[in-house]
Design a protein around this ligand. Structure first.
Ligand code: SAM
Length: 210
């Protein structure tokens, strides 16, 4: 499997534990090295698949890989794009000995070159162009019958709900892929036989813009 925006390598780790061989591409060296460490840990834990992580821009590295023996051999491309400049990151509070709430690893790099290439910093139209380019580069690597899976979610900005999954599907079609399915997972509770929505803190803040 291939993840062209592999972050710290969750998809790669799950793949090698399933006995698959995994290739990751990550723009930011910091996340790429954590992904490599996570793959080493998976190997120590007995994962059978092999994993490799390339540092660089997803579409560019995928285009280079298309000139290698990997071309036409990837059965699964699995990825998830970033949503804005913040990551989930790590939080320490007084309970952990911090003086106040301290956050770290909660932003993508501000390095100028990487900032331009990082989808996390791109405006919606540019982001979709970059994503289309990335999917087109990955398509060349696909084996016959190979599948691309992108996990996304809608998000709110200034009160508006943005159909990000719909935009991603459109980018895939523009890259020459054929949509075969769309699976939805709802984050909600079932209380007394009724589905109750769970609004995140961020959704509540954004909805107050209205
Ligand atoms: C949502 S995160 C992926 C999280 C990942 N599944 C994990 O387990 O950590 C998206 C990642 O894409 C990377 N990224 C953004 N633009 C990129 C690009 N043009 N080429 C390669 N990686 C990129 C970001 O640095 C970020 O780590």
């Amino acid at each position: 499997m291939l993840d062209p925006m592999c972050g710290i390598g969750t998809t790669l780790v799950e793949a090698v534990h399933l006995g698959r061989d995994a290739v990751g591409i990550e723009l930011e060296p910091k996340w790429a090295s954590i992904a490599r460490l996570n793959l080493e840990t998976a190997a120590i834990q007995g994962a059978h698949g092999t994993g490799v992580v390339h540092t660089g821009e997803g579409a560019e590295v995928a285009a280079r890989l298309a000139l290698t023996s990997l071309a036409g051999r990837v059965s699964l491309v699995l990825t998830s794009p970033p949503y804005g400049a913040m990551t989930h990151g790590q939080v320490r509070s007084r309970r952990d000995g911090a003086r106040a709430v301290e956050k770290h690893a909660h932003r993508y790099s501000r390095d100028r070159d990487r900032r331009t290439a990082n989808l996390a910093y791109q405006r919606p139209e540019k982001l979709m162009d970059s994503f289309t380019r990335m999917m087109a580069a990955c398509r060349v690597l696909l084996a016959p019958g190979g599948v691309v899976v992108v996990t996304t979610r809608p998000y709110r900005t200034r009160g508006r709900l943005v159909d990000f999954p719909g935009q991603v599907a459109q980018a895939g079609r523009r890259a020459g892929l054929v949509q075969v399915d769309r699976c939805a997972a709802l984050l909600c509770a079932v209380l007394g036989g009724r589905v109750v929505g769970r609004t995140s803190f961020f959704q509540q803040v954004e909805t107050r813009w209205l």
